[in-house]
Design a protein around this ligand. Structure first.
Ligand SMILES: Cc1cc2nc3c(=O)[nH]c(=O)nc-3n(C[C@H](O)[C@H](O)[C@H](O)COP(=O)(O)OP(=O)(O)OC[C@H]3O[C@@H](n4cnc5c(N)ncnc54)[C@H](O)[C@@H]3O)c2cc1C
Length: 400
């Protein structure tokens, strides 16, 4: 049986490693970048406790390797930029264990090392589509090191090629995107804060939000966010040091010590800062007429507010790998029935995660009041939803 995975990012590496353990299954993972290119160097990730729990259920060894490359995410604090604390939550109140704080490049390095020889790097996909003889199967042609390769009769094609998935576009059509009207930046800097910044924190000045946390070895990840007109580009005049200083400086008095360090650091690193707009796209786990599975960002696009992008890519892969392994060992070799099972396991969960992430963005929208919006986050209904977010990884993994 042939399984081909496109993309050795978060979901792709977890899948390649688990599926290669199945006797009689040939797994190939085709990755576009070269072996040592773990390039998302400008980003730190906070990965939720739900991903740690889900991955531990299927791959404790890989979970431990990521833990060794991370700092624990144990606390979430929200303040105003003048230093007034609005929300201070130990994650142990809402989760069974901590999450991870890690550099994106480090997460990729650990995952790709763990996926080992199943990943072929530097692959350019030349053609991809339904197989000529069996329309439920697929064919892929690619070029690597100047040579051309082709595989026909693929029993299961798994798209793990991220938010601009060319597999999803080729098989299931264009993916409409919804802009929410928030600009977001990212920059990774050496830690010169003298202990001011450590675990995950956010600071508001009106709807303008700073976010920062420390990642190994000794860096701080900073993300700025502010409202923009939905569907419009981010105005270049809002990305200047002067505009950013004005956006985060409180109106009545100086910033607190943490916000002051962050504002100075953000303004000094404008040239290295990457900008994006918060957006969403609809959930789709499988093609209807052929055996193509979508996982991670290719299956769903959510706003990054609750740090659930990579987190859900891991949760997706852990669930999909567990379901495929169980079916395969029980003699159920029909990939179409696996797709139905994965869809049933994941669709409602993903709707909940996307809706919750969008609802939690309320304090970043134009005209919002962060004090009122954050007060609501200290109340029982929000905490209950957080417990569900961080704990409810699905019945299959709970039994594993
Ligand atoms: C600025 C920023 C901050 C973020 N912060 C967080 C956070 O704090 N917490 C969190 O959980 N998530 C966060 N995310 C989201 C998270 O990074 C993604 O959701 C996650 O990486 C998705 O995993 P994936 O496996 O679906 O795809 P990816 O990890 O994006 O991997 C896709 C892989 O496919 C490869 N690929 C793409 N096209 C092809 C092709 N045609 N052929 C072969 N290979 C291909 C790519 O090179 C890549 O290796 C953030 C994202 C951004 C942009």
């Amino acid at each position: 049986m042939w399984i081909v995975i496109i993309g050795a990012g978060v979901a792709g590496c977890v899948m390649a490693r688990r599926l290669a353990l199945l006797d009689g299954v040939e797994v190939t993972c085709l990755e576009r970048v070269t072996r040592d290119d773990h390039s998302e160097a400008g980003t730190g990730l906070n990965v939720g406790p739900n991903a740690v729990k889900a991955l531990r259920a299927v791959d404790p060894e890989l979970t431990d390797a990521i833990t060794r490359a991370s700092f624990s995410w144990r606390n979430w604090r929200i303040s105003l930029t003048d230093g007034t604390v609005l929300f201070d939550l130990p994650l142990s109140d809402v989760a069974e264990g901590p999450g991870w704080r890690i550099r994106w490049s480090e997460l990729y390095r650990v995952l790709r090392e763990a996926a080992g020889s199943r990943v072929a790097y530097g692959c350019e996909i030349m053609a991809l589509g339904r197989d000529a003889t069996d329309p439920r199967k697929t064919s892929v042609a690619w070029r690597q090191n100047g040579k051309e390769f082709r595989l026909d009769g693929i029993d299961l094609l798994i798209a793990c090629d991220g938010r601009y998935s060319s597999v999803r576009r080729a098989i299931s059509g264009d993916v409409p995107v919804r802009q929410v009207g928030v600009a977001i930046s990212r920059v990774l800097v050496p830690d010169t804060s003298n202990g001011l910044i450590d675990d995950y924190e956010q600071w508001f000045n009106g709807p303008n939000r700073l976010l920062a946390f420390r990642v190994p070895p000794d860096h701080i990840y900073i993300a700025c966010a502010f409202p923009i007109v939905p569907e419009a580009d981010i105005p270049s005049e809002l990305k200047t040091p002067e505009a950013l200083r004005a956006a985060y400086t409180p109106p009545h008095g100086p910033p607190g010590a943490q916000a002051k360090w962050l504002i100075d650091t953000v303004c000094a690193n404008v040239a290295e800062t990457h900008w994006a707009r918060m957006q969403e796209h609809d959930v789709l786990y499988g093609a209807t007429d052929c055996n193509v599975l979508y996982l991670g960002d290719s299956a769903h696009g959510m706003v990054p507010t609750l740090g659930q992008g990579a987190t859900q890519a891991i949760e997706d892969a852990a669930n999909a790998a567990a379901l495929i392994a169980r079916c395969y060992k029980d003699g159920e070799r029909d990939a179409a029935s696996w797709l139905t099972g994965i869809e049933a396991l994941r669709r409602e969960r993903m709707r909940f995660v996307m809706e919750f992430s969008l609802a939690a963005t309320d304090t970043m929208l134009a005209g919002s009041d962060p004090v009122k919006g954050t007060k609501h986050k200290t109340e029982a209904p929000f905490r209950q939803k957080l417990s569900r977010l961080y704990g409810d990884i699905g019945p299959l993994l709970e039994r594993t």
